[in-house]
Design a protein around this ligand. Sequence first.
Ligand code: SF4
Length: 370
Amino acid sequence: MSNQEPTIVRRQSTRIYVGNVPIGDGAPIAVQSMTNTRTTDVEQTVNQIKALERVGVDLVRISIPTMDAAEAFKLIKQQVSVPLIADIHFDYRIALKVAEYGVDCLRINPGNIGNQRRIQAVVDCAKDHNIPIRIGVNAGSLEKDIQEKYGEPTPKAIVESALRHVEILDNLNFDQFKVSVKASDVFTAIGAYRLLAQQIKQPLHLGITEAGGVRSGAIKSAIGLGMLLAEGIGDTLRISLAADPTEEVKVGFDILKSLRIRSRGINFVACPTCSRQEFDVIGTVNALEQRLEDIITPMDVSIIGCVVNGPGEALSSTMGVAGGHNKSGFYEDGTRIGRIDNDKMIDELEAKIRAKAALLTNRITTKEIV
Ligand code: SF4
């Protein structure tokens, strides 16, 4: 593992705020997810948002397809603290209603709202309530004339659609927006984001749409978003998975963690294991990942099965173990501290990691106060 500082230079963009979360202009890349409960089921939706909060979500989007859902939104908003984005298609009255109920961002495409009077009403409302808009263009639902012009949803076609919506907001002197240009094909999405990044100054919301189940979706998203993020493109992201939404948040943070863009929680470094392993590496990592999900303090922990790579990795981690016969070498902050019995490995490491996290959190807090 390298301790080199990342060399990613973020694309310059304007800054918007979704509630108290800054987006763009160098702000930490915000991780979003979306509820998949029925919005009118207030209790279930609140429970899901709270579960998302527990895994560190920064922003939550909720679909508001009807006025009944807008009324449910009012109750949901009162019970959670994470900023909420309302996903609205076509019906501008729903946008006005949720703005009244305290929504933090509207995901609505101005070109789909209808006549100029309705568009003006939504933009005026966003201005009055000081809330941003997300323009969300999807390769699968481009305007008919654009589809006919390009024949297929190419990056250029997607960006042309996005710029139509952008132009509507520009003409109304509204610049508090971010834009997404999603596609389920990785190269199409990358091409569209690269193109759009050069054409507007607003923040970009990244996503590979309908990416798939946990494994395939995480891989597609890691490749697509990883390439863009490494180029400095992207200010907020959502990993779309056909899975529990908390998985989306975990994968989102793991992608940011891998690129050393934003750390949250433990970055486990583990060897793939072989016959040299002196303890059950895979079982240990899986158990610790599960037990330590609540730890948000960033730290690197290496779990390595033998002395071939163990000491090297452990010395460059916050904490690490290098497998040995019956007992394994234990390292902290670049020094070998002692040994841990292999049959007590999981419990002992959990205790040590928790103690270290508490210490580091305390140090961070003290530093902030000073
Ligand atoms: Fe095998 Fe040791 Fe390499 Fe792990 S570190 S894969 S146990 S040789």
